[in-house]
Design a protein around this ligand. Sequence first.
Ligand SMILES: [Zn+2]
Length: 364
Amino acid sequence: MKRSFLLLFCAVLLCNAPVEAQRKAPKSEKVRNVILMIGDGMGLGQTAALMIENNYEPLAFDRAQYTAVCKTYSANNRITDSGASATAMATGCKTANSHVGVLPDGTAVANLTELAQAKGLATGIVVTSHLADATPSGFVAHVSDRHESDRIAEMFAASKVDVLAGGGRQFFNEREDGRDLLQEMQNKGYLYAPTPEDFFAADRLPVIGLFAPKYMERAPRRGDYLVKATEHTLDLLARNKKGFFAMIEGSQIDGACHGNDSQEMIAEMHDFEQAVGRAFDFADAHRGTLVLVVADHETGGLTILSNNRDFTASESGIEYHYSTTSHSGTPVVLYAYGAGAYNFSGVMENTDIFKMIKALLLGK
Ligand SMILES: [Zn+2]
């Protein structure tokens, strides 16, 4: 009897033994770099789908040291758009859908990029869509209509952000007003990288890489751009001894889920997960780095269903089931890693992400 209990106990211990010891989140390191990674449209269903497709082998998400549940509703809608959600995370203020960087009444509010620059920190924004899209705009621009792309591009051109990378060239140099913002930025000292390869070879700041007239290609056609751009951007920003703030977006998980396209969704999730892993690796190698991985909202209302209602039988396959071609109101998961990660747990507002980053990186 005793022996069988011991065997059972040992078996339980073995079952619970982690494959490799998880690095503990440091509690004494001051936060000097923050990498905010946003999977646009990445709900728990999308992450679970990637886990399934990866046969439950460990993913970067499994390395998270702390997790929180994050509410995403906007000021005027229980279902947020990317503009209002980006504004919440970038400024700490809930606003109306379609707004970026402004309150519902149009009043501009300071964002993390501007606040970090004011403290002398380096800043970077890397996306897989286009720079004037809603999420990156929330960290740079101040407009009531997220679709005013030409105006948003002017704000990017004036932003002095050290690293800018993504699509959207047409908003900079094929504009209705005839201005060539790219030339203007180069005149002010920016290095312009017209291809990802030029960007990866860029060895000075500030740099702007614009790789497509509007949206970049979807994964896997985009290749390993996001992983390499993440690595190169972090290396460039780390040159600033005061620290940095970077927003890196897996932008097109959202588009794949709007299209209810599971193959593209998995490809986009795989691409983003690789970049998350590199950011965690950077935090391992650079003391004082906090990585936060979160979504602005869930897209598609994705659930993972069984093909067979008889659970006494062995599994007969699953179905990725979308309940909408739009966004859903389901809260999202935040994954925290590195210095200060222990501050992120429980149930949070998306505006708390701004408040925490500001307190940890920039002081009260
Ligand atoms: Zn969307």
